[in-house]
Design a protein around this ligand. Structure first.
Ligand code: DC
Length: 225
């Protein structure tokens, strides 16, 4: 079973997808972390590259997602890719067809060997797995997402102005949804879940109910056939 969770930055995809995967005993795959890993590697070489550099870099890139850790070419980069710089570069390189081709291939391979996968990103239900069993589009207003980010950073001891975070979120939304290749947008099969005024528990419960009723619907269909 493939459960695709798509949506903009800061909608709560990682938290929710992890919880759903735990509850259903599925493998959790965070594809945003994979774009961030490539971005990190590019930042390591100074942020500038030719087509040839990029091809070489991608050919020698191994990404492993294990126990919620992101391992790039054997190095644990889980914390290193949580920066604003990595996010910005990830959004930038996510527009390059070669990068997407390589990462989509990896994502399909990662899911191939699993019985059940919860995969989160921007193009999971549209490009990576257009035939996913369940497609969820998790969203919230930009203001709510900026507020959550503000609180999260404040807890970590950073006092970044809310207005700045809101601007960054809007910038990334624009970049992710207006790009030509695999833009962030729901298909007709995506079930839109707005998390704006809901708690994590409520959203998780809603999605689990959607999955259960879909499974029940499929079972009933099989019985009548
Ligand atoms: O989910 P995230 O914020 O960690 O993702 C970082 C960037 O990677 C995001 O701005 C867009 C890109 N991305 C993508 O284009 N496709 C995906 N499936 C996942 C992420």
């Amino acid at each position: 079973m493939i459960i695709a969770i798509d949506g903009p930055a800061g909608a709560g995809k990682s938290t929710i997808a992890k919880l759903i995967a735990q509850k259903l005993n599925c493998t959790y795959i965070n594809t945003g972390a994979m774009y961030r890993a490539v971005a990190y590697k590019i930042l390591q070489i100074g942020g500038k590259f030719t087509q040839e550099d990029l091809e070489k870099l991608l050919d020698s890139t191994e990404i492993e997602l294990k126990d919620e850790k992101v391992i790039l070419d054997g190095e644990d980069i889980t914390e290193k890719i949580k920066t604003e710089d990595a996010a910005k570069m990830a959004s930038k390189i996510a527009k390059i067809p070669l990068v997407r081709k390589k990462l989509v291939e990896m994502q399909r391979k990662m899911a191939e060997k699993e019985k059940c996968v919860v995969m989160e990103g921007r193009d999971i239900g549209t490009v990576v797995f257009p035939n996913a069993d369940i497609k969820i589009f998790l969203t919230a207003t930009p203001e709510e997402r900026a507020k959550r980010r503000y609180e999260e950073l404040k807890q970590k001891g950073y006092n970044i102005p809310y207005e700045h975070l809101l601007e960054k979120i809007k910038e990334r939304d624009k970049q992710d949804s207006e790009r030509k290749i695999a833009p962030l947008k729901p298909t007709r099969e995506h079930i839109i879940v707005d998390t704006t005024s809901k708690t994590i528990e409520e959203v998780t419960e809603d999605i689990l109910n959607i999955i259960l009723s879909k499974e029940k619907g499929d079972e009933d269909k099989n019985k009548t056939n």
